[in-house]
Design a binder for this molecule. Structure first.
Ligand code: ZN
Length: 249
């Protein structure tokens, strides 16, 4: 299939199914300046050992190291802005084609762009909470204290360490993930995977539970054989072309 045929096929799949879900990964946010840590050569993770700095173990046992070595990455991500790819998925939802949007990304860009039915399965950087009394804080409070060299940032009530609302290495998945798995298994008849190489479990298991799937991703995935169509082009371009097709058939 050439690109126009792939696009035709994708538009056909979106319109032919009733319960369409999108699953996004790091690839959709690279146009927002957030490097995909799994793309060779550009990886955030290649300079620091992710397990060593962004894990629950380090947070609990050496919160100073957690905030000095891994936290600036979160701060940078929290300032990113949505790109054309995020905006086209908002449009897809507005047009009534989307049942839900599942994302592995912690950047919150789908919600910033205006998507409504979003499942942020690895958490987000809008808030944090106290490890002691569980009081919620805006993420800016953590950033603010770190900027003032109050490391680690602590709770105003009980002086316990604060942490971001993201799923770190060693954290369990959020409770709603099991509800999501069930929904995908029972109702999702088509899943469009955007910018994920499908290597992080248990999220990478979701396409197996879905009916038909299609993939927009620059790198090959283990699911390419199962997919109705695989498109290896810029995500912003493919989603723009897809929406053009859906809005002006
Ligand atoms: Zn507290």
């Amino acid at each position: 299939m050439n690109y126009m045929e792939q696009l035709e096929c994708l538009a056909g799949l979106v319109t032919a199914h009733k319960n369409v879900y999108v699953l996004t990964g790091a690839g959709i946010s690279t146009d927002s300046g957030i490097p995909d840590f799994r793309s060779p050569g550009t990886g955030l993770w290649e300079k620091v050992d992710p397990i060593a700095v962004s894990s629950v173990d380090v947070l609990n046992n050496n919160p100073r190291l957690f905030y000095e070595s891994g936290f600036s990455r979160f701060t940078k991500i929290s300032f990113a802005e949505p790109n054309e790819g995020h905006r086209k998925l908002v449009r897809l939802e507005e047009l009534g084609y989307l049942k839900g949007l599942v994302t592995q990304n912690i950047d919150g860009l789908h919600i910033k762009a205006g998507s409504k039915k979003v499942w942020e399965v690895h958490g987000h950087l809008r808030t944090g909470y106290c490890l002691g009394c569980k009081k919620k804080y805006p993420f800016e409070e953590l950033v603010h204290q770190v900027e003032l060299k109050r490391i680690p940032p602590v709770c105003h009530n009980c002086y316990s360490v604060l942490r971001p609302d993201v799923v770190l290495f060693g954290d369990p998945m959020p409770m709603f993930f099991f509800e999501l798995q069930h929904k995908i298994q029972t109702e999702c008849d088509f899943m469009l995977i955007v910018g994920s190489s499908l290597v992080v479990y248990p999220v990478a298991d979701l396409p197996r539970l879905a009916g038909k799937i299609a993939i927009i991703n620059l790198q090959p995935t283990d699911y390419d054989q199962k997919a109705e169509v695989v498109i290896r082009e810029s995500i912003s371009k493919v989603l723009s072309d897809l929406l053009d097709k859906l809005e002006r058939p």
